[in-house]
Write a protein that binds this ligand. Structure first.
Ligand code: SF4
Length: 63
């Protein structure tokens, strides 16, 4: 499901998994990873979904 993606920064534990799995969408921020590309296209859809499914605190979601 390509579309817009978001994450709850308060819940994020900064494990870095999302950046590792999908560097096209997530990037290392100052203290926690951030969403560098909120509009996820077909090319990044699979890794974005993998990051959503793998986030240990389930704080990444489709809008
Ligand atoms: S995978 Fe989840 S908890 Fe880990 S850095 Fe990314 S958003 Fe934060």
């Amino acid at each position: 499901m390509a579309g817009r993606i978001a994450k709850n920064m308060d819940e994020c534990i900064a494990c870095g998994l999302c950046v590792e799995l999908c560097p096209a969408v997530f990037a290392q921020g100052e203290d926690k990873p951030i969403i560098a590309k909120q509009d996820v296209g077909p090319a990044e859809e699979a890794c974005a979904q993998e990051a959503i499914d793998s986030c240990p605190v389930s704080c990444i979601y489709w809008l």
